[in-house]
Ligand binder design. Structure first.
Ligand code: KIV
Length: 307
């Protein structure tokens, strides 16, 4: 790896301006789509940086895409902080949002604020996201009042997917849609700077847009939203698990990775790798002296380790 490619404190600032909450409001006012993607480590975050996205979410989807859990529920706060801190090191421009994991914020406003503060202090996040309406509205308000920007998340909320009847689209009747709308309005009133709408009908999103002042970021919520978010590993074809209907694949990186590692394995097994170009050399006289020394038994110290 070349140290020159890494973002460090000395890396010159990019031309693009840092994305803030005000940038998002401006984009909404101008009708400019907001681009959000997830990232969970230094390489994925630096790809997001280079691609010029606006928002990077260290989603708890990382539980499945990078940690191999079956759902988002088991991921711990410490794991999310570690992933978020790694993503921070790959970013300069986009706003970085940490996803509060299941069980780390629901208990009380005090717990929610403490957890949100850890994402900001320890991982360098600019904001946090939490799921659901209901009691999450109070938690969101408490975090906002503590000075940390909060993104809401309504519709399909994977942390409580079991209670929602599984990973399925939400708000498909007028009555159920009104529950999603009311959650979104309550989160807006609580001070959230943006709200994710996941897996809801496009009609629902379109109908509610005139009633929301904060940006709506859709994932499976149709084209009317102010922006879109996709999971990094889904859009690049890295994750081999189930892909939801709303996922669009822009690359097949997993196939390329398998092909690359298979070619490497084949080269090692057939002794095609390493080639001279990958190999360090000694001056011939030094190599000859080394061989002579070893042959004469003139070694000092731990001869046994060389046998
Ligand atoms: O965890 C996640 O990746 C998310 C996005 C899908 C919004 O919450």
């Amino acid at each position: 790896m070349s140290a020159r490619q890494r973002i460090t404190a000395d890396t010159p600032p990019r031309k693009r301006k840092t994305v803030t909450v005000s940038t998002l409001s401006e984009k909404k006012a101008l009708g400019e789509p907001i681009v959000m993607v997830t990232a969970y480590d230094y390489p994925s975050a630096s790809v997001a940086e280079e691609a010029g996205v606006d928002l990077v979410l260290v989603g708890d989807s990382g539980a499945m895409t990078v940690l191999g859990y079956q759902s988002t529920v088991p991921v711990t706060l410490e794991e999310m902080l570690m992933l978020s801190a790694a993503a921070r090191r790959g970013l300069r421009t986009p706003m970085l949002i940490g996803d509060l994991p299941f069980g780390s914020y629901e208990g009380s406003d005090v717990e929610a604020v403490k957890t949100a503060q850890r994402f900001v202090k320890e991982a360098g996040c600019d904001a946090v996201k939490l799921e659901r309406g209901g009691s999450s509205v109070d938690r969101a308000r408490a975090i906002v009042e503590s000075g940390i920007p909060v993104m809401g998340h309504v519709g399909l909320t994977p942390q409580t997917a079991t209670a929602l009847g599984g990973y399925r689209s939400q708000g498909r009747t007028a009555e159920k849609a009104m529950q999603v709308v009311n959650d979104a309005l309550a989160l807006q009133d609580a001070g959230c700077f943006a709200i994710v709408f996941e897996a809801v009908p496009a009609d629902l999103t379109e109908a509610v847009m005139p009633h929301l002042e904060v940006p709506v970021i859709g994932i499976g919520a149709g084209p009317a939203a102010d922006g879109q978010v996709l999971v990094f590993h889904d859009l690049l074809g890295i994750y081999d698990g189930h892909a939801a209907r709303f996922v669009k694949r822009y690359a097949d990186i997993r196939d390329q990775m398998i092909a690359g590692v298979s070619a490497y394995a084949e080269d090692v097994r057939t002794r095609k790798y390493p080639e001279p170009v990958h190999t360090y050399t000694m001056a011939p006289d030094e190599a000859a002296a080394l061989r002579a020394e070893l042959a004469s038994g003139g070694l000092t110290g731990r001869r046994d380790v060389l046998r």
